[in-house]
Ligand binder design. Sequence first.
Ligand code: DX5
Ligand code: ZN
Length: 230
Amino acid sequence: MAPLLAPSLLAADYGNLQAAVEGLADSAADWLHYDVMDGRFVPNISFGPGVLQAVHRHARQPFDVHLMIEEPQNYLAAFRDAGAASITVHYEACPHLHRVVQQIKHLGCRAGVALNPHTPVGLLEDIAADLDVVLVMSVNPGFGGQTFIPNTLRKVAALKELLIDCGSSALIEVDGGVTLDNAGALVEAGANVLVAGSFVFNSAEGPVATLANMRTQLSASIDAAEQEIG
Ligand code: DX5
Ligand code: ZN
């Protein structure tokens, strides 16, 4: 199946986020990825629910909110009210992860858990069946524009196996340093959602053309793989 594409607004022009999301309305973007950073869980600060509410009004795609914050349980309702369709919290930020996941679902959002690069996928074994999304960080969270960590491919493949073993239908999302150089291999390993910030927004041809190119190239490589399988 072709992956969902989720451009990250972290790499958009903050001076005109309305234009950024309106510009993506008819693009190949499936979700809009919204990176929240608190300066505590990660060494950077981005934007919160107020900005989401303002920009959500102008967007056509659902918002995929990635909380890189401590004590995310205190902000779930605020992000849901601001327009989040899915909310992802970090495994490393939640000593009571099961409770937080249930809270997200109770609010009517898709529930996701993100893993930092050093966090093993096996730690999700007892909660995998409760999740809608597992987000695999392919860089250390906190900044856009970093280099993809190659071990992510192995990790995505291991996660796919774990989800099958646990009877979980969670989507595998990959976030950080995603470009057309690694997207094909990620999909082959089992990724269902690709987040891309710099590659989409800083490209010479612009976000719409870059997303269209990603969609075309990934669909072509999937067709080729399916033909090979017969
Ligand atoms: C990193 C964020 C990512 C980031 C991706 O902490 O979670 O979503 O914006 O940006 P690129 O694609 O530039 O690595
Ligand atoms: Zn993110």
